[in-house]
Design a protein around this ligand. Structure first.
Ligand code: T3D
Length: 258
């Protein structure tokens, strides 16, 4: 079985990390396959939302630690620059919405890949662990960028230094995730969110995403200029015309992502 699975339905690409015996820990093969699948999803006009989840009982336990000590392995220098950083930049730059459907434990790079997504939902039995400090590493895969922005500097510092396990209810309370669902309805609920996103004006969602990417570092003045630029682009789309027309005609809009 491939270490990453792709299923496309109703314009939603569901990408499943698939090394369940290792809690979907990443080895080089899996990281490179994920990048290639993300590129395919980026190119495909039939994909309007990308959903990441895990096979079995975990989302991902981060780096496969057996590979780190393997003399035949990729070596520390390549692991961030060739495995994780290209995944995180794809998640943030592909102009389509990403949903992380965290179905179980998300640790190390596994947690931070989820937190890079636009919308993060978790099943009630899921958990998040910044596991790095426990093995003498620092958080990577964008964790030091995204986590303090999501939950604030103080809580992020504590979670990163102590490596505490945060359950889904605590993650929700902290603002780390958008919603938590009971285990038995989780798949239906995250599919509903992904399908809704896939039917929305894809270009407007992409502009929202890219505006938010810049909001962390821009001044207010620069962000106002950026909003102006993206709003002009959104207003030039078929979907904007359709949205306004549908409102005036009191009917549901049919967005095409164009
Ligand atoms: O160069 C670099 O490495 C830089 C990159 C860093 C990126 C990172 O992600 S560093 C952080 C790496 N991840 C971890 O340190 C987490 C290690 N895993 C755990 O602490 C625990 O497995 C969990 C807390 C995530 C879950 O615990 P539990 O009790 O639910 O499951 P388990 O029994 O520990 O794991 C189940 C199996 O998965 C087990 O295999 P076995 O004994 O049944 O054959 C376990 O060894 C395997 N597994 C879990 N995590 C990893 C793993 N195998 C390899 N690598 C793992 N990260």
């Amino acid at each position: 079985m491939p270490s990453v699975l792709l299923h496309i339905e109703n314009a939603v690409a569901t990408i499943t990390l698939n090394r369940p015996d290792k809690l979907n820990a990443f080895n080089r093969e899996m990281a490179l396959l994920l990048q290639s699948i993300l590129d395919d999803c980026a190119q495909s006009p039939g994909v309007r939302c990308i959903c990441l989840t895990g096979a079995g009982k975990g989302f991902s336990a981060g780096q496969d630690l057996a590979e780190v000590v393997d003399p035949e392995g990729p070596g520390m220098q390549k692991i961030l620059s060739e495995h994780y950083n290209p995944v995180i930049t794809r998640i943030r730059n592909i102009p389509k919405p990403f949903v992380a459907a965290v179905n179980g434990v998300a640790a190390g790079a596994g947690a931070n890949i989820a937190l890079a997504c636009d919308i993060v939902v978790a099943t009630a039995s899921a958990s998040f662990i910044q596991a790095f400090s426990k093995i003498g590493l620092i958080p990577d895969s964008g964790g030091t960028f995204h986590l303090p922005r999501l939950i604030g500097f103080q809580k992020a510092s504590a979670l990163m230094m102590l490596g505490d396990k945060v359950n889904a209810a605590e993650a929700l309370e902290m603002g780390m995730i958008y919603k938590m669902f009971a285990d038995d309805v989780f798949a239906a609920e995250y599919n509903q969110i992904a399908t809704t996103l896939a039917m929305m004006p894809t270009k407007a969602l992409a502009h929202i995403k890219h505006a938010l990417n810049h909001s962390a570092t821009n001044s207010l003045e620069d962000q106002l200029l950026l909003e102006d630029r993206y709003q002009q682009k959104a207003a030039a789309t078929h979907d904007f015309k359709e949205g306004v027309q549908a409102f005036l005609e009191k009917r549901l809009p049919q967005f095409k992502g164009e």
